[in-house]
Design a protein around this ligand. Structure first.
Ligand code: C5P
Length: 234
């Protein structure tokens, strides 16, 4: 990859997991480490991009250098931040692990052990932020030139399951690129390495061999760099 080949490009990336509160001390969460999203933010900044990272819960010890960081906790907060910022980005990458559901109500005080055993948790559906961003682009609220990238963590046998689910998800979400990871059995979540496919809406399918999340980030950015319109006289 060329150094500074993303100079002047505005990249908005989400990373980490959302936490959906149940009461003041408890939440529903997920195993996202934030590593892949942080690696993308870091690598894009190193290549000259202006990067805003919207981060949920992660295992990352510090903020990436040269990146604007916005903290969120819930999927609702993430949706607000992404929707507010996407129109000013050239590239939007949804690497966050967004909870599909949130508790219907958040208790004001810590939920007590009931005499009759645990109360059921009622859930409500969170918006699909990525799908919403693609819809906003279709509606003209986000420029048509904005490159939108999604992730798909899929379980299943390497070829049949994971890749087929990825192709179907790319069509359904309507993104320009979809990074498909095989997850489960110690793969992807929390690990330093990642593997999968990079699927594009034009039909190209690139295998991403098992590699560090840093190396995978640079491969993903190589593909993104071919899609962004020229800025800064590149
Ligand atoms: O449908 P699925 O959750 O597998 O899709 C994953 C992709 O969609 C990821 O890019 C994730 O960030 C995004 N997503 C989202 N809003 C949701 C769920 C997932 O933007 N509510």
């Amino acid at each position: 990859a060329l150094p500074y080949d993303l100079s002047g490009i505005r990249v908005l990336v989400s990373a980490g997991g959302t936490r959906e509160p149940l009461d003041p001390v408890r939440y529903l969460g997920n195993r996202s480490s934030g590593k892949q999203g942080y690696a993308l933010a870091r690598a894009a900044a190193q290549r000259g991009a202006q990067v805003t990272l919207v981060a949920g819960a992660t295992d990352e010890p510090g903020d990436p250098a040269g990146v604007d960081i916005v903290r969120i906790e819930t999927a609702t907060q993430l949706a607000v931040e992404m929707n507010k910022r996407a129109a000013d980005a050239d590239v939007v990458i949804m690497a966050a692990a967004v909870a599909d559901f949130r508790p219907l109500s958040v208790a004001d005080a810590k939920i007590k052990k009931g005499a009759d055993g645990p109360a059921p948790i009622e859930l409500d559906t969170n918006p699909d932020i990525l799908r919403g961003l693609v819809r906003s682009r279709e509606a003209g609220d986000i420029p048509a030139s904005t490159v939108i990238v999604g992730f798909a963590a899929e379980t299943g046998d390497e070829r049949g399951g994971v890749l087929d689910h990825g192709r179907e998800k790319l069509r359904r979400k309507g993104t320009d690129l979809l990074v498909v990871n095989a997850v489960g059995e110690g793969k992807a979540f929390g690990t330093a390495d990642n593997t999968g496919w990079l699927l594009s809406s034009t039909g190209t399918e690139t295998a991403l061999p098992l590699a560090s999340k840093t190396l995978m980030a640079s491969q993903i950015l190589d593909e993104i760099a071919t899609l962004v319109p020229d800025r800064d006289g590149r």
